[in-house]
Design a protein around this ligand. Structure first.
Ligand code: NAD
Length: 305
C-alpha cells in the first residue's frame, strides 16, 4: 500500500495478544463482580480423550486461562479406548450436574467415536464451544446461543481494531463448521452487516474473488496460500491458519505459520493478523467469555424456575 506521499506503507498489525489480554481482563473483572455479588465462580468441565500432545497442550492453556480469569475448571481425562456410549454417559452426567456451567470436549476424538454424536449430547445451555447444532442454528437465525470461539474472536478483532464492516465485502476462504460457516453467519448479522462470500476447494477464480474483499479471512490449513496478488490494497487480512513448517533453526524443528504469506501480503493489505499472536489467542479469550455468559444465563433460568 502507498501512503499519501506515494511511499510504501506496511499493513497495520492487528495485535491478537494485546486484544485477547484486554478481553480476558474484562472477563476477569466481570467474574470478580459476579462472585462478589454472592454467586459461585463459573465452572468449565473440559473433557480430554487420549494422549495427543497438541490436544493436551491446548487443554492446559485453556485451564490456565480459566484460573487467571477466576473461572474454576477441571480437565476430565479418559483413555483413547473409551467407548462412545461411555463418553456420552459422562457428558450426560455433566449436563445433569448443576455445578457445571460449561462443557468443552477437546477435538479430535479417537476414530471409533463419532465427534458429532458426542457434541450433540452436550446440553445447548452448556455448549460453550458453540458446536452443537442448536447453537449453530441459533447463530444462523440470529437467536441467542453460544457462538464458537474462533469466529467470535475474529469479529472481536475487527471491532476493537475499528475496521468498518457495515456494507463491506468479506470473503472467507474455507467452509468448515468450526470457522468458515459460523463466521459467515456472524458477519451477516445485523450490526455487523457484511456482504459475505465463502470460498472453498471447488471455487473457480478464487484469486479474483479474494481481490474483491474488504476483509479477507483465510481458514484453509495451507501455509502461505494467500499471496499479495490475491489482496485488494488496503484490505483487512485475517489469518486463521496454523501450519507447521520444518525449521531446523528452531530447537523443536518446526515453526508455526499461517495461511497468509505474511511478508508479501503486508506490503498490500491495510491490516493483517500475525501467526502466532493473531486469531489464536482470541479463541481462548472468547471461550472464557462464553463460560461466564453460561454461568449468568443459567443462574437467570434458575431464578425464573
Ligand atoms: P478444515 O480442514 O476443516 O477446512 C479447510 C477448508 O479449506 C475447507 O472448507 C476447504 O474447502 C478449504 N480449502 C482447502 N483447500 C483449498 C483450496 N485449495 N482452495 C480453497 N479452499 C480450500 O479446517 P479448519 O478446521 O477450518 O481450520 C483451518 C485452519 O485454521 C487450520 O490451519 C487450523 O489449524 C486453523 N484453525 C485455527 C484456529 C485458531 O484458533 N487460530 C481455530 C480453528 C482452526
Amino acid at each position: 500500500m502507498l501512503d499519501d506521499n506515494g511511499h510504501a506503507k506496511l499493513a497495520k498489525l492487528i495485535d491478537g495478544k494485546a486484544i485477547s489480554r484486554a478481553v480476558r481482563s474484562e472477563v476477569a473483572e466481570e467474574t470478580q463482580r459476579w462472585t462478589q455479588d454472592g454467586h459461585r465462580p463459573p465452572y468449565l468441565a473440559v473433557v480430554l480423550v487420549g494422549d495427543d500432545p497438541a490436544s493436551a497442550s491446548y487443554v492446559r492453556g485453556k485451564a490456565r486461562a480459566c484460573g487467571e480469569a477466576g473461572i474454576n475448571s477441571d480437565t476430565i481425562t479418559r483413555d483413547t479406548s473409551i467407548a462412545q456410549d461411555e463418553l456420552i454417559g459422562l457428558i450426560s452426567d455433566l449436563n445433569d450436574d448443576d455445578g457445571v456451567d460449561g462443557i468443552l470436549v477437546q477435538l479430535p476424538l479417537p476414530d471409533h467415536v463419532d465427534d458429532d454424536a458426542v457434541i450433540r449430547a452436550i446440553a445447548p445451555e452448556k455448549d460453550v464451544d458453540g458446536f452443537h447444532p442448536a447453537s449453530a442454528g441459533a447463530l444462523m437465525i440470529g437467536q441467542p446461543g453460544f457462538v464458537s470461539a474462533t469466529p467470535a474472536g475474529i469479529v472481536e478483532l475487527l471491532e476493537r481494531s475499528e475496521i468498518e464492516t457495515r456494507g463491506k465485502h468479506a470473503v472467507i476462504i474455507g467452509r468448515s463448521n468450526i470457522v468458515g460457516k459460523p463466521l459467515a453467519n456472524l458477519l451477516l448479522r445485523r450490526g455487523i452487516d457484511c456482504t459475505v462470500t465463502v470460498c472453498h476447494s471447488r471455487t473457480q477464480d478464487l484469486p479474483g474473488i479474494a481481490r474483491q474483499a474488504d476483509t479477507l479471512v483465510a481458514a484453509i490449513g495451507r501455509a502461505g496460500f494467500v499471496t499479495a496478488d490475491m489482496v485488494k490494497p488496503g484490505a483487512a487480512v485475517i489469518d486463521v491458519g496454523i501450519n507447521r513448517v520444518d525449521d531446523s533453526s528452531r530447537e523443536r524443528g518446526y515453526r508455526l505459520v499461517g495461511d497468509v504469506d505474511f511478508d508479501g501480503v503486508s506490503q498490500v493489505a491495510g491490516y493483517i493478523t500475525p501467526v502466532p499472536g493473531g486469531v489464536g489467542p482470541m479463541t481462548i479469550a472468547m471461550l472464557l467469555r462464553n463460560t461466564l455468559d453460561a454461568a449468568r444465563s443459567r443462574a437467570q433460568v434458575a431464578l425464573a424456575d
